[in-house]
Design a protein around this ligand. Structure first.
Ligand SMILES: *Cc1c(COP(=O)(O)O)cnc(C)c1O
Length: 396
């Protein structure tokens, strides 16, 4: 965990990514920070030990490696402080545990990441928090859902798998009138394409597993808070003892250095593929906020600086009883796209989306929903692969 000690910078985002978090002359000029493996930190004498009068005291409270990453994220998010946790899921659950108490009411967006819903419906409910799901398109009308106990509003925009955009400033304004904290899962956009804290969100959450790590080999999450909510987050992190490892922190910081160029390529590839899919007869709809046809596109354009490389499309299938068989034929017809969870790494991935857990939103009726993570391959090769998948779906 690290408090933001940096002075505000005026560098552009790509320059920031190259320099953020670590000064090579803090460690003999080596361009990357050392991966410090530690539990024990020694004190020079009993008085220093008693007063904890040195920067590092024990590795659960941070090391030079984890601090380098936390400082970089503070800078990118414009945050007062950031904590590292071992996964994106833990980042959301830890934030909820930090700010919620028995008897509280929490408003959670219905397009929330599925494993977060599971946490809300099981442990959070068991701990006496009342959870209510709201429509991602609700905007200022969320006001009517507040009760005197509403303590937290959780956003995720675009939403998982169906990519609904939320009117973030309108929801923030309502929440703050009721003195509720606003948390946001910003994994899709990263702070390069959307900076939640600049829009009044109090706590910004990222699965660094995705674009920051960027190579499909690391699990990590970050939670970044503004000045008002940082102390409580830091305290919860210390109380729970959940922390990131030095090797993972090192790899995520390494990934950040190239995240700008990778995201540009993911975005260009994804837009080309999304437009190509949208023009086809066998595709009913493409769910990608960067497309003008997508509901919420104008809000995305107003607030976001870019789009990342994951989106879904609805395959056009006449009869509901054929949805599963056509979806599976499509997936089995692919060879470049891997079938696997997660996204944000270099390779393209595909899966069929399960929307059965939604409370308010209904699954599209035109056909099965297929999610694509568009990787860094060549567009022509990706189109040829999708063409094979679509042909297999037609033949099924
Ligand atoms: C992947 C994901 C997470 C969880 O990240 P893990 O590191 O896989 O636990 C959380 N939120 C969103 C929006 C995600 O896409």
């Amino acid at each position: 965990m690290a408090d933001n000690e940096d002075t505000p910078t005026t560098f552009g985002p790509n320059t920031q990514l190259i320099r953020a978090g670590y000064d090579p002359f803090d460690y003999h000029g080596f361009i990357n920070p050392p991966a410090v493996h530690a539990s024990t930190v020694l004190f020079p004498d009993a008085e220093t030990m008693e007063k904890h009068e040195q920067k590092y005291t024990y590795a659960t409270r941070g090391t030079p490696t984890t601090d380098a990453l936390c400082n970089a994220i503070n800078e990118l998010e414009g945050a007062a402080g950031t904590i590292l946790v071992p996964s994106g899921l833990a980042a959301v659950t830890l934030a909820f545990l930090a700010y919620l108490s028995p008897g509280d009411h929490a408003l959670i967006v219905d397009s929330v990441y599925g494993n977060v819903r599971h946490f809300c419906d099981t442990m959070l409910t068991r701990f006496g928090v009342e959870v209510e799901y709201y429509d991602p398109s609700i905007g200022a009308a969320i006001e009517s859902h507040f009760t005197p106990n509403t303590k937290l509003v959780h956003l995720e925009a675009p939403g998982s798998n169906t990519f609904e955009i939320q009117d973030i400033p309108a929801i923030v304004a309502a929440a703050h009138r009721y003195e509720a904290i606003v948390t946001m899962d910003n994994t899709w956009a990263t702070p390069l394409y959307f900076r939640p804290l600049d829009f009044g969100v109090d706590v910004s959450i990222q699965a660094s597993t995705k674009y920051p790590a960027g190579h499909a080999d690391i699990l990590m999450g970050t939670v970044s808070a503004n000045a008002k909510y940082w102390k409580r987050l830091k305290h919860a992190n210390g109380a729970l003892g959940i922390c990131g490892t030095p090797d993972d922190a090192y790899q995520v910081l390494r990934g950040l250095r190239t995240m700008g160029v990778r995201l540009e390529r993911h975005q260009a590839n994804a837009l080309a593929i999304a437009e190509w899919l949208e023009a086809r007869d066998d595709v009913a709809r493409v769910l990608y906020p960067a497309l003008p046809s997508f509901p919420g596109h104008h809000v995305w354009k107003r607030d976001f600086k870019g789009a990342s490389g994951v989106f879904s499309f609805v395959l056009s299938v006449a009869r509901r009883e054929d949805f599963k068989i056509k979806a599976q034929a499509f997936l089995n017809g692919l060879s470049l796209f891997g079938l696997g969870y997660s996204w944000g790494g270099f390779p393209s991935l595909a899966l069929e989306v399960d929307l059965d857990d939604r409370r308010i939103l209904k699954a599209p009726e035109e056909g099965p929903v297929l999610r694509l993570q568009i990787g860094l391959e060549d567009i022509a090769d990706l189109k040829a692969d999708l063409e094979r998948g679509l042909a297999a779906a037609r033949a099924a």
